[in-house]
Write a protein that binds this ligand. Structure first.
Ligand code: FES
Length: 63
């Protein structure tokens, strides 16, 4: 499922970035070699980070 339409990032890519150590949206973007554009995906990305067992939530809504 596409989560970030601006960068074409799927939930699978985002989970992979989290497994690799990303704990905040900006770290997910960096791990995927892109950056935030419109920011509409940030809330969904935070939910994925919170729900990922390997990633205790440490970020905030500012990314
Ligand atoms: S949808 Fe992700 S930055 Fe726009």
């Amino acid at each position: 499922m596409y989560v970030c339409l601006c960068n074409g990032l799927t939930d699978t890519q985002i989970r992979g970035a989290i497994d690799a150590g990303a704990r905040r949206p900006k770290e997910v973007y960096a791990a995927c070699n892109c950056s935030a554009q419109c920011g509409c995906c940030t809330g969904t990305m935070l939910s994925i980070i919170r729900d990922q067992p390997s990633a205790p939530f440490q970020g905030d809504a500012r990314g």
